[in-house]
Design a protein around this ligand. Sequence first.
Ligand code: NAD
Ligand code: DAU
Length: 334
Amino acid sequence: MKILVTGGAGFIGSNFIHYLFKKHSDYEIINLDSLTYCGNLENLKTIEDNPNYEFIKGDICDSGLVDQVVKDVDAIVHFAAESHVDRSILNATPFVRTNVLGTTNLLDAAQKHKKRFHYISTDEVFGSLGSQGYFKENSHYDPHSPYSASKAAGDHLVRAYFHTHRLPITITNCSNNYGPYQFPEKLIPLFVTNLLEKKKVPLYGEGLNVRDWLYVEDHCQAIDLVLHQGKIGETYCVGGNEEKTNLEITHKILEILGLGTEMIERVPDRKGHDQRYAIDASKIKKELGWEPEHKFEEALLKTVKWYQNNEEWWQRIKNKEYLNYYQKQYQEKK
Ligand code: NAD
Ligand code: DAU
């Protein structure tokens, strides 16, 4: 099988490519990625010489290129996106461009060449929960940030191509991933790497917002299952059943690193900050037999160790000017 992975140089995409090669060593994989600020080919160093792997530097908004690449594959697994909520608060335009127009471009090529299409989406499209309840496949859409609105547009477009053109699609909506190769702007890698540098960690508001945490390898396994066995036209919600407040996460990381709460810096809250996300993953469990294999405590420990052992990887990223510029802009705007 020949698979086009878009955004394969990012966090989940690169983990997925590693996962696919381990699980299906005979598969051919094309990675189409424009290498934005968070695309990093170092994530794929160990497989770059694999004859079954090809990297193409390119933009999913480039319709000529996308058409050429899609023509030769059996299936598309679409990760490429602008993925960080805080950045979408500062400037929504790149989110609409890649997440909406780029996705439409891929759908057009998939439709023209009649290819299987799997779209990686997020639980954020469903909005925010109170203290009770879970997001399910039939939860109503209520995205709150420019990021989640652009991802929701993607979900609707993917479904529209199924209903209108009978394009063989599936969608997964998953919760917060963590693990190796995550860009250090997101909560866990930002806090771990700050603390490794003996810098304080910027906790938004009271730190009481809740996220469900899913180890990235468990997510990759779910995508692989849906790609091969999922019912065409259907959506599957994927979550780790590991709800934690941001404060709890922060305390756990501090404990692992033997540091105290004086390393927490309370900063103004994110604008429009969603209170709680939680997923009912019973459909994928029941229909496809998926179960998350990693428990939060041990997988967080493993993740922290990965950042401890791969300091060169994140130091190179963290020292780049754009990250400092972005962090400064965001703090100023708040
Ligand atoms: P990421 O930001 O780490 O990686 C995104 C990748 O897409 C990068 O390699 C980037 O270079 C590439 N890219 C961006 N714009 C592109 C374009 N126009 N053309 C080609 N490549 C482009 O993101 P991630 O955290 O790995 O997320 C991957 C997908 O999973 C996204 O669609 C995101 O919405 C979804 N998702 C992420 C999470 C999470 O917790 N990280 C949870 C749910 C869903
Ligand atoms: O739920 C899935 C989503 O998870 C994905 O769709 C997104 O691509 C991904 O970025 C992630 O979004 P979040 O906004 O939940 O992740 P983030 O790591 O940015 O923030 C997690 C929580 O931590 C959130 O409540 C905000 C808080 N936070 C985050 C940062 C970066 C802080 O308190 N301080 C911070 O510096």
